[in-house]
Design a binder for this molecule. Structure first.
Ligand code: HH2
Length: 259
């Protein structure tokens, strides 16, 4: 899954793809570089981010979703807002990538159920504005697993089967460094939820804290190391900014696995 942030303020690439033409070109380039899905987002969910209103979020992403969908690129929409999701699905997106796991507004769950769309259910403690203020868990792996199991069950009850779902432990979403590392080490357990396991570690700050790299755009080595570690533990949907480089690493990983 390649990322196109149509935002002025994303932590990793804020402003680079804010103009619709730039975002469309970026999405096409990611698809050409090997992305199976292009994830289009109009609201940053970085720690401390402020919420964007639905009209503005739509204005940012809809031309991009429509252009990529017209090229037959599979598009996911990274949003917590049902109005944005509805418009994006109508414009040709097929997947809801929701960092609230369809809890921010129950209308999102109904929309996915009714339209036959797929969804990525992401665990987040709190909201982006405050999620990094002292996050706490009894046992982070157990707690996140239990939350996601509940969301998979809520989807099943609404008629959305596991074949339409991916579960994502939400690396960096209301987690300390220790929580993040425990989740990566426990990834294998998420397969038991019966859905595709997804993960977004690309360029994230805690990887830079380990290596000492402060610039998100220079965190490709960190992102590849964590991404391959995750693939070894069953992750099958990796959300990344650097698609071509990740595909090259994946090709070697796959050749070694099947050797
Ligand atoms: N991380 C971000 C956004 N969306 N979706 C999923 N499924 N998993 C993730 O880990 C995830 C996500 C944050 O990264 P980014 O979009 O690059 O930054 P920002 O939120 O600042 O736009």
């Amino acid at each position: 899954m390649g990322v196109v942030n149509v935002t002025p303020d994303s932590f990793s690439d804020g402003g680079d793809w804010f103009r619709p033409e730039a975002a469309i070109a970026r999405g096409r380039a990611l698809a050409a570089a090997g992305a199976d899905i292009v994830d289009v987002g109009g609201e940053s969910t970085r720690p401390g981010a402020v919420e964007v209103d639905e009209a503005e979020e739509c204005r940012r992403i809809l031309p991009v979703v429509a252009a990529l969908a017209a090229d037959a690129v599979p598009v996911s929409v990274d949003t917590r807002h049902p109005g944005v999701l509805r418009a994006a699905l109508a414009a040709g997106a097929g997947i809801a990538n929701d960092v609230s796991a369809l809890t921010a507004d129950p209308a999102s769950l109904d929309l996915v159920a009714r339209t036959g769309a797929s969804a990525v259910l992401v665990h987040m403690q709190g909201t982006p504005g405050t999620m990094q203020d002292d996050p706490r868990y009894e046992d982070v792996v157990e707690d996140v697993l239990a939350f996601l199991a509940g969301r998979v069950e809520a989807c099943r009850a609404a008629g959305i089967g596991p074949e339409r779902l991916a579960v994502d432990p939400g690396y960096g979403f209301g987690k300390t460094m220790e929580h993040n590392l425990a989740l990566l080490r426990g990834l294998e357990r998420f397969g038991a939820l019966g859905c595709t396991v997804a993960l977004g570690v690309s360029r994230k700050a805690s990887l830079g804290r380990i290596s000492g790299e402060g610039d998100p755009k220079r965190r490709l080595p960190e992102s590849l190391a964590a991404g391959l570690f995750a693939l070894d533990r069953g992750v099958r949907l990796l959300r990344v900014h650097d698609v071509g480089e990740t595909c090259r690493a994946l090709a070697v990983w796959q050749a070694l696995r099947h050797a």
